[in-house]
Design a protein around this ligand. Sequence first.
Ligand SMILES: [Zn+2]
Length: 328
Amino acid sequence: MSVKKMLLTIIFCFGFFNCYNTYSWGFFGHKLINRMAVFTLPSPIIGFYKKHIEYVTEHATDPDSRRSIVKGEAAKHYIDIDHYGETPFEKVPRNWFKAIEKYSEDTLQSYGIVPWWINVMMLKLTAAFRNENIDKVLKYSADIGHYIADSHVPLHTTENYNGQMTNQKGIHGFWESRVPELLSENYDYWIGKAQYIDNISDRAWETVEQSFAAKDSVLNFEAQLTSEFGGDQKFALEQRNGVTIKTYSEAFTKAYDKKLNGMVERRMRLSIITVGSMWYTAWVNAGQPNLDRLESKELSDSIKKAQAAEEYLWKTGTKLEKVKGHED
Ligand SMILES: [Zn+2]
């Protein structure tokens, strides 16, 4: 093998495995979801969120940035519901304390806690609205948008989260990053207005149930297309930030999206409306505080400092703990 060929191979491998993380929608998708959720809001709060749209957009990916540095963070992004055997939704209690009683907290943390965590985040967001604490309202809004979006991803509900059990490694990033990055320009973002959610826990669990119901199609269609396309048609080389990477080809990606009959777009649209509805619900449950008073306030120095510290840890790769969970 020539040196040039060897170098190219290294770049391809490096590019391929680093192009898409196996975390969630990808930076692009998460930012888009939080941003579009602002436009679903009704008049009493849309002005506030529009003013801070750059914040909720930019910070949509904070929870993923924290995953490798904050203990216990990873489990908040998914639930491997199939770990609990046949008919898991009948077995696993929606109530956190009953679930702990039945399975132990260690087990729940090991296999992911996203539906319970959405409920906790809603309590935090509601309290922040009630206390008229703008820093926390924004931080929790951005965060909860992320967790809600993750719960809409089928591969966030299974132990086979990256196709690693079925020889389909890479499918996680393919579904949630490659497909929307290539096709989301044509998605329909006319989604309607956010609605008040009566039962937050039920909504979070229903979302996970729908995601899980879709995961067989996500895996099976990819396998079918792989045998139709063959290796050389399935992947292609692309330039990204000056680096050549190997990625799923445009033809394969489009064929997959067609087979899924627009599933990625549907899950993204549902994510957007659910994020908007949760924000709205938290504000209503907090007693509908007048946000006009808060609109002129800026982020406090304390939160800026905390963010700078977090960013420093992330950039320097300082790790507090190697977290177990959905990682390559
Ligand atoms: Zn995530």
